[in-house]
Design a protein around this ligand. Structure first.
Ligand SMILES: NC(=O)c1ccc[n+]([C@@H]2O[C@H](COP(=O)([O-])OP(=O)(O)OC[C@H]3O[C@@H](n4cnc5c(N)ncnc54)[C@H](O)[C@@H]3O)[C@@H](O)[C@H]2O)c1
Length: 257
């Protein structure tokens, strides 16, 4: 039996990296997946997530979405419900970074990172819960939120001030939603990935940054998108119903050290 049979799931930032792996895993487990991203083409190149899912015979829907824009988020959730009838799971994954410390961060950079990484998660969670609270519960649960945080929501992200601050906010947003909406049947958890190699070009694959990550990771390799997708599958499934408000680290032991 597939773990997400006939579930309806939104994944933000599903075109690339971790969101792409999560969307593909969910579709393989029987979910209909809404791919909510500002772009279709993966940052790392290759076929689109929609093409990969449809090639397996599973169902997905790409909806051009800017999570920093309430009207865009509202339209995306409305399109999901119009097409599939309900919304069971939302994975808040899309995020950006600037690689700037406090003094280097411009007001525009701060505003945009907070708009996407914090306000965007708020918009998506609020709009999803507006839908979920009106749905009949299935196995006690009306809906699930999975927020992708980071180990850098708990320890500082070196030289990435707005990103680290935003991720700290996501850890607390997760607890707040879990506590406030448990009675509504909303399960809300976070996943804190450590260093995950996604193949995207740029600073994420800078050799010095990779050396730093290796020095912080006890497990003898860095992470893969599938490591995160496995955790996201567990938290989306009925196996995780009394699990709410947690920030599950998928970091090869980074935060244990
Ligand atoms: N890769 C890592 O090592 C790592 C570590 C810890 C946490 N994370 C977190 O995991 C998540 C995914 O990271 P990734 O490395 O896969 O990122 P990525 O940059 O490879 O992909 C992000 C995706 O989000 C989309 N996106 C960006 N802004 C958007 C917006 N406003 N609206 C909708 N979509 C938007 C992009 O188009 C892209 O497809 C992020 O929340 C990130 O902070 C990643």
């Amino acid at each position: 039996m597939s773990l997400l049979q006939s579930k309806i799931a939104v994944v933000t930032g599903a075109s690339s990296g971790l969101g792409r792996a999560i969307a593909i895993r969910y579709a393989a487990e029987g979910a209909c997946v809404v791919l909510a991203d500002i772009r279709d083409a993966p940052v790392e190149g290759g076929a689109t997530t929609l093409e990969l899912i449809e090639a397996t015979g599973a169902t997905a829907l790409q909806v051009a979405t800017d999570i920093a824009d309430w009207n865009s988020v509202d339209a995306m959730v409305s399109a999901t419900v119009e097409r599939f009838g309900r919304l069971d799971i939302i994975v808040n994954n899309a995020a950006i970074y600037t690689s700037t410390n406090l003094l280097q961060t411009s007001i525009e950079q701060w505003d945009r990172v907070i708009a996407v990484n914090l306000t965007g998660f708020f918009y998506c969670s609020k709009r999803a819960v507006m839908q979920m609270v009106g749905q009949e519960p299935v196995n006690e649960v009306r809906g699930r939120i999975i927020n992708i945080s980071s180990q850098h929501g708990m320890v500082a992200s070196p030289g990435d001030f707005p990103y680290g601050v935003s991720k700290g906010g996501i850890v607390q947003m997760t607890r707040q939603i879990a506590v406030d909406h448990a009675e509504d049947g909303i399960v809300c958890n976070a996943i804190a990935p450590g260093k995950i190699i996604t193949g995207k070009p740029g600073v994420a694959n800078d050799p010095k940054a990779l050396d730093y990550s290796r020095s912080r990771t006890p497990w003898p390799r860095l992470g893969t998108p599938d490591d995160v997708a496995g955790a996201a599958l567990y938290l989306a499934s009925d196996m995780a119903s009394f699990v709410t408000g947690v920030n599950l680290m998928v970091d090869g032991g980074w935060m244990a050290g």
